[in-house]
Every structure is written in structure tokens, then in C-alpha cells.
Design a protein around this ligand. Structure first.
Ligand code: NDP
Length: 339
């Protein structure tokens, strides 16, 4: 059985969803309530591959909200993730994807050093961050969407916001090794990590976001921001492809400018319908078929009976592993979301 640990994007979002799902007692509550709420299994799921294979899974809502980080409630944030993992394990899930901020919190607070949660010894090999599949899908989105907009990758400047992160560094490796783009702009806050990445790639210009945006033909957004940033469309090149893989979204601006094309990053579309509520809750356009690539990674590992933490730690995603998860993705009927 596969599992998905997810969370909602804001307190406001959580309140709306609680009301829609009939949890009236959650709907009027503030952040304090969500800080103390336990994890819940919201849905049991079945997914059918295009090979005909059927697998079963469960969606675990951790009750984590990004406001917990923004208001320094780190203890609550870490408790949400670790309790959700213990809950998944206790409920017999073999391989669980840690969606959105779940793996970021696990990593940032070294939660993998924890041995035991109450009477449960956490078995970390039952979890995957899902980041290898996410990075692979974002790279395929770059590769497939750019030519449709008349952007020639061999002449293109690609900015990666969140370049030193787990997904961002994998995207940079792919841009460098597989796509041969003209220029890569590396954006993040920590200078030392940027320099390490630049040394690993043997190229790339380190740049502030404001400086990079007017130069970029393509921007890949994979920064771990609890809230999105506003962008002035006037400063962007036309055409410009913006691929936002953040959850919550890195960009707060809704664009209606000619020549500015926004694509939801790290999202896959399955060939067959999945009967579930959860993707409607997170506002997918086609909720029966579209989902986060990280969630799809746990499905792929279940289809292939690979019960190990396929994606784990930070900045260890190789091109070989991206190829491997990519082959599984195609085999079982997933495609990158397109414009
Ligand atoms: P990491 O924590 O590994 O990396 C985050 C990166 O963002 C780092 O480079 C960090 O560097 C940078 N960053 C953080 N804040 C800022 C800022 N204000 N300005 C510029 N750079 C910043 O995260 P992941 O790679 O695991 O995840 C990245 C994003 O992808 C998250 O939003 C996550 O929720 C989303 N995600 C989406 C998935 C999907 O299926 N679509 C799956 C998993 C994650 P520094 O701290 O030095 O600035």
C-alpha cells in the first residue's frame, strides 16, 4: 500500500476545506487549533496503471500549515510531520510520499535523527520525499513547453529560484547535463551553497531575483517560501515561461500579460481517472487526473514494489535516478502537465 502525507496551503484554505468536508468544528478555528490537531486519514484510494495493475493507498492530512513556520511555531510544525509519519506507518502503509513542506521540515530540523514516536520506531525506509520524480517532471516541462512558445533552449537563459534546494539542484544538473541551455542563473539566499553548486556544475551565474528576472527566458520556481512573491510582469522578457513548482506557489501574482506563460510545475496528469476528493481540495484543474509528482512517486514505487526511500536527504538526486523514475512514470501512464 502507498501513502501520501499532505497539507493545505494556508489557514484560510484549511478553514474552507474543513467546511466543505463537513468538519464544522474545524472550520471556525484559528492557528492554535491546527497546531494541536492530530493527523487524519482523509481517504482510501485505488489507482490503476495503464498496464492494468491496480494499487491501493491512503491520503494522510498532517494538519501542518505554512503559517506555523511564518509565525515561528517550529515545535508544532515538526510535531505535525513526525506524527503524520507515525500514523502512516501504524496504518500499514509501505511507502509514503512526504508532500510539500513535509520533507523540508524533516530535513531542516533533522527529524530523521528521531528514533521513536511514543511506541512507534519510525522506519525511514518506508518514506520518500518524491523529489526525484518532481525534478524529472519539471525538467520535462521545461523541455516540452519552451519550443511551443518559440523559445530555443540552446539560446535560452534559464533562472532557477531555489537552485540550491533538493529539487532546484537536480533541475540545474539536468539543465546542465541533458538540455545544454545557453545560460543558467542560480538564485537562493545562502551564498556558500550557491558557490558549491556553481562549482559542481562548472557554470551558472549567481544572481539576485530582481536582477535575474529581466534576463530570463524561463524561470523555474522551486524555493521553499511559505508565501508567494509579487512580480511585476513589465520586467519580464516576452515570451517568458514561468514554471512554478512551489507548494504553496512561489508566485503570488496572477498574470494576464501577453507573452507571459505560467505553468504549474511538478504536476503530472494520469491517463486514467482516479476516484478521490483530495486533488479537488488542492484546486487542481482536472482533479480526477492531475496530481503532484511527489505523490505520484510513491505510487510508482508501489507499482514497482520498490520499498525504499528512493528520494532521501538533500542534493543527492542524480540524472540516473531521474531517468529511472522517468521510465516508471511513462510506463504507468503519467505525463507532465503542459500549457
Ligand atoms: P529545499 O528546502 O530543499 O530547497 C529550497 C530552496 O529554496 C533552497 O535553495 C533555498 O535556499 C531556497 N529559498 C528558500 N527561501 C527563499 C527565498 N525567499 N528566496 C530565494 N530562495 C529561497 O526545498 P525542496 O527542493 O524540497 O522544495 C522546493 C519547493 O517545491 C517547495 O515549495 C515545496 O513545497 C515544493 N514541492 C513541490 C512538489 C510537487 O510535487 N510539485 C513536491 C515537493 C516539493 P536558501 O535557503 O539559501 O535561500
Amino acid at each position: 500500500m502507498f501513502g501520501l502525507i499532505g497539507h493545505l496551503t494556508s489557514l484560510e484554505h484549511a478553514q474552507v476545506v474543513a467546511r466543505d468536508l463537513g468538519y464544522a468544528e474545524y472550520a471556525d478555528q484559528g492557528l492554535d487549533f491546527w497546531c494541536s490537531a492530530p493527523p487524519v486519514i482523509v481517504e482510501d484510494l485505488k489507482v490503476t496503471s495503464i498496464t492494468g495493475q491496480v494499487i491501493e493507498g491512503r491520503y494522510v492530512e498532517s494538519c501542518f500549515l505554512p503559517e506555523m513556520l511564518a509565525t515561528n511555531r517550529m515545535k508544532a510544525a515538526t510535531r505535525k510531520i513526525i506524527n503524520a509519519m507515525a500514523h502512516a506507518q501504524k496504518n500499514g502503509i509501505n511507502i509514503t510520499a512526504l508532500g510539500g513542506f513535509s520533507s523540508i521540515i524533516l530535513e531542516r530540523f533533522n527529524l530523521d535523527q528521531l528514533g521513536r514516536i511514543r511506541n512507534i520506531k519510525l522506519e525511514f525506509e518506508r518514506f520518500t520525499t518524491g523529489n526525484t520524480h518532481t525534478a524529472y517532471i519539471i525538467c520535462r516541462q521545461v523541455e516540452q513547453a519552451a519550443p511551443k512558445l518559440g523559445i530555443d533552449l540552446s539560446k535560452a537563459t534559464v533562472a532557477v529560484c531555489g537552485a540550491t534546494g533538493d529539487i532546484g539542484s537536480a533541475v540545474c544538473r539536468w539543465l546542465n547535463g541533458r538540455l545544454d541551455v545557453a545560460e543558467i542563473l542560480l538564485i537562493a539566499r545562502d551564498r556558500q551553497r550557491l558557490q558549491n553548486l556553481q562549482a559542481e556544475l562548472g557554470r551558472g551565474k549567481i544572481m539576485a531575483l530582481d536582477e535575474a528576472l529581466p534576463q530570463a527566458d524561463i524561470v523555474v520556481w522551486v524555493a521553499s517560501m511559505p508565501q508567494g512573491v509579487e512580480i511585476d510582469p513589465e520586467v519580464l522578457k516576452k515570451p517568458c515561461l514561468l514554471i512554478d513548482g512551489g507548494y504553496p506557489k512561489n508566485m503570488a501574482t496572477k498574470f494576464q500579460s501577453p507573452g507571459v506563460h505560467v505553468l504549474s510545475g511538478g504536476i503530472v496528469e494520469h491517463a486514467l481517472d482516479i476516484d478521490w476528493k483530495i486533488m479537488k481540495i488542492v484546486n487542481m484543474n482536472v482533479p480526477g487526473r492531475q496530481l503532484f509528482a511527489c505523490f505520484a512517486e510513491s505510487m510508482l514505487l508501489e507499482f514497482e514494489s520498490i520499498y525504499t526511500n528512493f528520494s532521501w536527504g538533500r542534493n543527492q538526486i542524480t540524472l540516473d535516478k531521474m531517468d529511472m523514475i522517468g521510465r516508471m512514470s511513462i510506463k504507468h501512464g503519467f505525463k507532465p502537465l503542459m500549457l
